[in-house]
Ligand binder design. Structure first.
Ligand code: C2O
Ligand code: CU
Length: 518
C-alpha cells in the first residue's frame, strides 16, 4: 500500500459511521502516561523435554484471561483479553538452543465480547464462540506445537507447546491463531513478545537492560467510556469488515505515552501488532532510525532510514541516538498519528559506543538452488457490486481445499506472489525464514484475463532494510514479489497467510505441508 492509499484507507474507515459514543483520541491530553514495558514471563518450574528424555527444560504457564487495563490517565479501565493479567502479555526470553515449554491455558469467559461473523469458515454456530490456539510467530517449531488454526480449544482447557529455539537471535511474538476469529482474539489483546538471544548478538555490545526497549504498536477504536469497539458491516448476518483502522494508536498498551531517555543510544524492538494498519514511522527531530535487524534477526549492516515502514506482523530492531537531542522532546509518529514522546534528559551525554559497521554475514541464497518456482496469485476482494462481500484467496483456493504447496524438507523454492488486488498484503509463512529476491510490476488485466504474466517494468531489488532474513513480506499491488525459501527444521503441516487479520480470517490463509523426501 502506498502512503496515499494508506491515507485514503484510514479516511474511509473514519467515515464508516463510528457508533454514538466513539472517542476522538485527539481530545485526550497527550503524554500524560509513562510508557509501560511488558514484564518478563516467570517460569513455573522445569519439566522433561519431550524430545530429550531426562533433560529438564524451563516450563512456563500463561493463562489467557479477561482483564481490565488503563489505556490513558483520563479513561476508565478498558476490558480486554490478556495473558496472565496483562496485555500485551509477559515477554518470554530465552537463548538460542535453550528449549522451553509453555502451557497456554484458556481461562477466558464462554462468551466473546466482539462481533463474531458466523458465516466465515470455521466460525459457524456449531463451534463454541470462545476458542484459542497460540502460535509463536517466526518460531521454527514442530508442527504439533505450532498452533495450527483448527487445533483450537475452549475455556477450561490448556495446551502445552514445545519451542526448540534453534534459530538466530531475534524478536518473535506469540499470538492467538484460532480459525475464523483471529482478528477478534488479537484485537481483544491476545499477544506478547518472545525474545531469542545468542552469542552473535551479545558480541556486538548493543544497548541492553534499561536501554533496550520493546515498542509494540497497534491501533484500536474506543468509546468515550474507554471500551473497545470493533466495526461491523451493514449486514447483521455477516458483520465481517475487510480491514480495520482505529484512530487510537497504542504503544505497549497505552495511548500517547511518554518515555524519559538519557542523551545516548537506545535499542528499540518494534513490532506492528495491528490488525491491518501499516506504519510509516518518523521522528520529529528528523533523526534517522538506524535499523540493525528485521523479522528474523540482524541485518548485515545498519541501515539509516528517515521513514520506517512496518507492515502487520513485521518487526524492526533499531538504534536511536538521543545524544544530539539533549533537553528536547522527540515525538514518534506515523503520518498524522502521534504515537510516543521521548523526553531527553539535559544531562551531558554518555560517550556512545559506536554502532558496529558490520553486524553479521548473511549468505544470500542462490536462485540456482531452487528446485521449484511456484506462481501464487493473491486474488479477490473486488467486486463491481459493493454489497457483495468477496473472500480474498491465495492462488484461487479456499482454506478447506486440498494442500497444494508441499515443498520437500531441506530443499529451496522460489515463491512468486502475484498480487492482482489493489491492496498490499503482508504475506507470512510459518516455520521458515526467507529472503526477498525482488518485486516487479506486471499487467494485472492481462494476467486476470489470459493467465499470462506480462511484466511492465524491470524488477526492483528489496529495500535496503529488507536484505536480511524475513518471515513477513509486503506483496504490493500490481507487483510480483519473489521470495526464496529453504524449508528446513521440521516436516509436517503448517500455514501461510496474509497478516492483515481481516483477510486471514476470510480465506486468505492456506495450509501447506513440508514433506520428507523418499
Ligand atoms: Cu503472526 Cu500465522 O501469524
Ligand atoms: Cu491481505
Amino acid at each position: 500500500m502506498t502512503r496515499r492509499e494508506f491515507l485514503e484507507a484510514s479516511l474511509a474507515s473514519a467515515l464508516l459511521a463510528p457508533p454514538a459514543g466513539a472517542l476522538d483520541p485527539n481530545r485526550l491530553p497527550k503524554f500524560v502516561d509513562r510508557l509501560s514495558i511488558p514484564r518478563l514471563a516467570q517460569r513455573a518450574g522445569f519439566k522433561t523435554s519431550p524430545f530429550a528424555p531426562g533433560r529438564l527444560i524451563p516450563a512456563y504457564r500463561l493463562p489467557m484471561r479477561a482483564i481490565q487495563r488503563k489505556i490513558h490517565r483520563d479513561l476508565p479501565p478498558t476490558r480486554m483479553w490478556g495473558f496472565d493479567a496483562t496485555s500485551p502479555g509477559p515477554t518470554i526470553e530465552t537463548r538460542r538452543g535453550e528449549p522451553l515449554l509453555v502451557e497456554w491455558a484458556n481461562e477466558l469467559p464462554d462468551k466473546h465480547f466482539l462481533p463474531i461473523d458466523h458465516s466465515l469458515h470455521g466460525a459457524g454456530r456449531e463451534v463454541p464462540e470462545v476458542r484459542t490456539i497460540v502460535h509463536v510467530h517466526g518460531g521454527r517449531v514442530p508442527p504439533e506445537s505450532d498452533g495450527y488454526p483448527e487445533n483450537w480449544y475452549t475455556p477450561g482447557k490448556s495446551v502445552t507447546s514445545f519451542y526448540p529455539n534453534q534459530q538466530d537471535a531475534t524478536m518473535l511474538w506469540y499470538h492467538d491463531h484460532a480459525m475464523g476469529i483471529t482478528r477478534l482474539n488479537m484485537f481483544a489483546g491476545l499477544f506478547g513478545l518472545y525474545l531469542i538471544r545468542d552469542e552473535e548478538e551479545d558480541a556486538l555490545n548493543l544497548p541492553k537492560g534499561q536501554y533496550e526497549i520493546p515498542l509494540i504498536l497497534y491501533d484500536r477504536s474506543l468509546r468515550t467510556d474507554g471500551q473497545l469497539f470493533y466495526p461491523v458491516s451493514g449486514d447483521p448476518a455477516k458483520p465481517w469488515v475487510s480491514e480495520f483502522f482505529g484512530q487510537a494508536i497504542l504503544v505497549n498498551g497505552a495511548l500517547f505515552p511518554f518515555l524519559d531517555v538519557e542523551p545516548r543510544r537506545y535499542r528499540f524492538r518494534l513490532l506492528n501488532a495491528s490488525n491491518s494498519r501499516f506504519y510509516y514511522l518518523s521522528l520529529s527531530s528528523k533523526q534517522p532510525f538506524w535499523q540493525i535487524g528485521s523479522d528474523q534477526g540482524l541485518l548485515s549492516a545498519p541501515v539509516a532510514l528517515e521513514h520506517l515502514t512496518l507492515a502487520p506482523g513485521e518487526r524492526a530492531d533499531v538504534i536511536l541516538d538521543f545524544a544530539a537531542a539533549r533537553g528536547q522532546r522527540v515525538v514518534l509518529s506515523s503520518d498524522r498519528y502521534t504515537i510516543l514522546e521521548f523526553r531527553v534528559w539535559s544531562t551531558s551525554g554518555i560517550a556512545a559506543v559506536p554502532i558496529p559497521g558490520r553486524l553479521r554475514t548473511i549468505q544470500r541464497i542462490n536462485e540456482q538452488e531452487a528446485v521449484k518456482t511456484r506462481l501464487l496469485s493473491l486474488d479477490g476482494g473486488d467486486s463491481d457490486d459493493p454489497t457483495l462481500v468477496m473472500p480474498m484467496l491465495l492462488n484461487g483456493a479456499f482454506w478447506h481445499d486440498p494442500v497444494t504447496e508441499n515443498p520437500t524438507l531441506d530443499t529451496v523454492e522460489i515463491w512468486s506472489l502475484i498480487n492482482t488486488t489493489d491492496d498490499s498484503h503482508p504475506i507470512h509463512l510459518h516455520l521458515v525464514r526467507f529472503q526477498i529476491l525482488d518485486r516487479r510490476s506486471f499487467d494485472v488485466f492481462t494476467y486476470l484475463n489470459d493467465k499470462e504474466l506480462r511484466y511492465t517494468a524491470p524488477a526492483v531489488p528489496p529495500d535496503a532494510n529488507e536484505f536480511g532474513w524475513k518471515d513477513v513480506v509486503r506483496a504490493d499491488p500490481g507487483m510480483v514479489t519473489r521470495i526464496i525459501v529453504r524449508f528446513e527444521g521440521f516436516a509436517g503441516r503448517y500455514v501461510w497467510h496474509c497478516h492483515v487479520l481481516e483477510h486471514e480470517d476470510f480465506e486468505m490463509m492456506r495450509p501447506y505441508e513440508v514433506v520428507r523426501s523418499h
